[in-house]
Write a protein of this length. Structure first.
Length: 256
């Protein structure tokens, strides 16, 4: 199995991180789905998970981080990015510490989004610590060569921490909801929501699990995936990587 991209494949790609936040609901496993603002330069109006570009300030150094020593530096940085995006877009802190009141959250979220405070400093200001174990690697996706905008995206899993509640920021994430993967797939099939090909594939993979515990206990190694456009017009990903949904007609694919 190919587990890492080549230097040629990464040429021009932008490092990004995404977190799939999960909880146990009345109907089984639920995941947090956000609707990106139509004005967004990438995937406007699409259903996605909290995520975005890796920022220069997303480093895992200092007393506000635990368990990051020994991780690949890019993996460590991406986990910090994913946790930051969870807070900025969904209002969810994946870190642990004292309870953070609404007023403090309301003040810090836009400051973080505007890069007025780096995430390590934000954690320090609220007395929180981010554990590397709070974010479990799920997959790494890289679009095919030739697209004008390509994101090298690391996907992580995170269980919704006790006491945390979702609140869309109303800016990048105009709406957000908890839904089972099956519900999201049904909405996508009916045309009620728009999803990019990697999102659709990941939702289908998540639909195989009934609980957060089962999802986090999945022994499948996090794969590196670069979709391939076949001569017959199908966009495909390899079999045997844990994905039941592996291809889509190119004319139906939403890529950005």
């Amino acid at each position: 199995m190919n587990t890492a991209p080549t230097a040629d494949a990464l040429a021009g790609a932008i490092a990004a991180a995404t977190v799939i936040i999960a909880r146990d609901g009345a109907s089984g496993l639920e995941i947090l789905a956000i609707e990106r603002a139509m004005a967004m330069g990438f995937a406007g109006g699409a259903i996605a998970f909290p995520g975005g570009k890796v920022d220069a300030g997303d480093h895992a150094r200092g007393p506000c981080f635990a368990g990051f020593d020994g991780l690949d530096p890019e993996d460590a940085t991406s986990r910090v990015s994913a946790a930051r995006e969870a807070f900025e877009e969904a209002g969810i802190l994946l870190s642990t510490g004292t309870t953070v009141d609404i007023e403090t959250r309301t003040r810090l979220r836009p400051a973080s989004d505007r890069h007025e405070i780096a995430f390590p400093d934000l954690l320090g200001s609220i007395g929180h610590c981010l554990s590397a174990q709070a974010l479990t690697p799920f997959a790494r996706w890289l679009p095919p060569l030739g697209l004008h905008k390509r994101f090298d995206t690391r996907f992580y899993l995170a269980a919704l921490p006790p006491g945390e509640e979702m609140l869309a920021d109303g800016h990048e994430a105009v709406n957000a909801r908890w839904a089972t993967p099956a519900e999201l797939l049904a909405d996508a099939d009916a045309g009620r929501i728009s999803v990019l090909f990697p999102t659709r594939c990941n939702i289908a993979r998540l639909a195989q699990f009934e609980t957060v515990q089962a999802l986090l206990a999945d022994p499948t190694p996090p794969p590196f995936i670069q979709p391939d456009l076949q001569a017959d017009g199908w966009l495909t990903i390899p079999e045997g990587l844990g994905y039941p949904y592996i291809r889509e007609r190119m004319e139906s694919v939403r890529r950005q």
